[in-house]
Ligand binder design. Structure first.
Ligand SMILES: [Zn+2]
Length: 174
């Protein structure tokens, strides 16, 4: 998803890897880069909670995430309306919009589903599936399915599941 990738260039992400912003959950590093420190801390805590939710409810999937992803970084893009998350294969890093991650009106379940989605990208990449324009919609279809399967394991996520199913149904294959 474009915007986060554009505003957070690869060299900056490499520098971020060496900064003192990280905590570890079972070997997955979780960090936040935000001019608003309180928001960064909140984002980081909620991302760690989301990881723990995955660990509790989907242990197999969680083990895969720990193997495939090295880190999850919340960053604050210039506009808080911009998208949720993206995956950077070169660093095996999942980047999440800090505004979204810190926003208490967004359920931890939804945040966890975002991680599951990006982890599906990570998994596909690891299997050699490249994110070319030609197959991007098909990849997105698979990753949204992963979110749905995960969320169905949790309770009170019906609305979220329906929203993702609608999004999935609206994908247009070229
Ligand atoms: Zn995706």
């Amino acid at each position: 998803m474009g915007y986060l990738r554009r505003c957070m260039r690869y060299p900056l992400l490499k520098v971020a890897q060496r900064m003192d912003i990280w905590s570890s959950v079972d070997g997955v590093r979780v960090g936040a880069l935000s001019p608003d420190r309180a928001m960064g801390v909140r984002a980081k805590v909620r991302l760690m909670d989301a990881l723990k939710l995955i660990r509790t409810n989907s242990p197999q999937r969680y083990l895969r995430i720990c193997r495939d992803m090295r880190s999850i970084l919340a960053i604050a893009p210039r506009s808080n309306r911009d998208i949720y998350a993206t995956y950077t294969p070169g660093l095996r890093m999942c980047i999440v919009n800090a505004y979204m991650a810190a926003n208490d009106s967004i359920a931890i379940e939804e945040l966890a589903a975002v991680i599951v989605h990006e982890a599906a990208h990570a998994r596909l990449w690891k299997r050699g599936v490249r994110h070319t324009r030609r197959v991007l919609t098909r990849i997105e279809y698979v990753c949204l399915k992963e979110e749905i399967v995960f969320l169905k394991r949790l309770s009170c996520t019906e609305d979220l599941v329906h929203a993702i199913e609608r999004k999935r149904a609206s994908l247009v294959f070229g």
